[in-house]
Design a protein around this ligand. Structure first.
Ligand SMILES: [Zn+2]
Length: 116
C-alpha cells in the first residue's frame, strides 16, 4: 500500500490524515512529512565507471575496451564518447545511452568506460 498514511510518530495514533503534502495527527496536532523517516524513498542511483569514478549526465567518457558492434564497425579502445546520458532503467544491462562518434547512438555499460 503505497498510499497508506503512517501513524503519528508522537502519540502513535492511526487517525492521521494527509493535508497538502504533510500528515496531520488530530489527536496531538503533530504535523510531519510522510516518509521522511522511513526508507520508502529510493536513493538516487550512483553510476561509477570502470575505475570507480562517479559519472553524471553530460560527462565525456573514454571506452576502455574494444567493443564489437552488431552490424557496424567496432568501437576501438580509447574512443571518446561525449555527453553521455545515464539510464535509471538499464537497457539489456546497459546503463549509458550515448552517441559514439562515427558509430551513432548506442547503449554502453559503465563497466567499459572511464571518465575522460
Ligand atoms: Zn499524534
Amino acid at each position: 500500500m503505497a498510499d497508506q498514511i503512517p501513524p503519528c510518530p508522537e502519540c502513535g495514533s492511526e487517525y492521521t490524515y494527509e493535508d497538502g503534502g504533510i500528515v496531520v495527527c488530530p489527536m496531538c496536532n503533530h504535523e510531519f512529512a510522510p516518509g521522511a523517516s522511513s526508507d520508502a524513498e529510493p536513493e538516487a542511483r550512483v553510476f561509477r565507471d570502470s575505475v570507480g569514478n562517479e559519472l553524471a549526465d553530460g560527462d565525456t567518457v573514454t571506452v576502455t575496451v574494444n567493443l564489437d558492434v552488431k552490424g557496424g564497425s567496432p568501437i576501438k579502445r580509447g574512443t571518446k564518447v561525449p555527453k553521455i546520458k545515464l539510464l535509471d532503467e538499464p537497457v539489456n544491462g546497459h546503463d549509458i545511452s550515448a552517441t559514439v562518434p562515427g558509430a551513432g547512438q548506442m547503449y554502453l555499460k559503465t563497466s567499459v568506460v572511464k571518465k575522460a
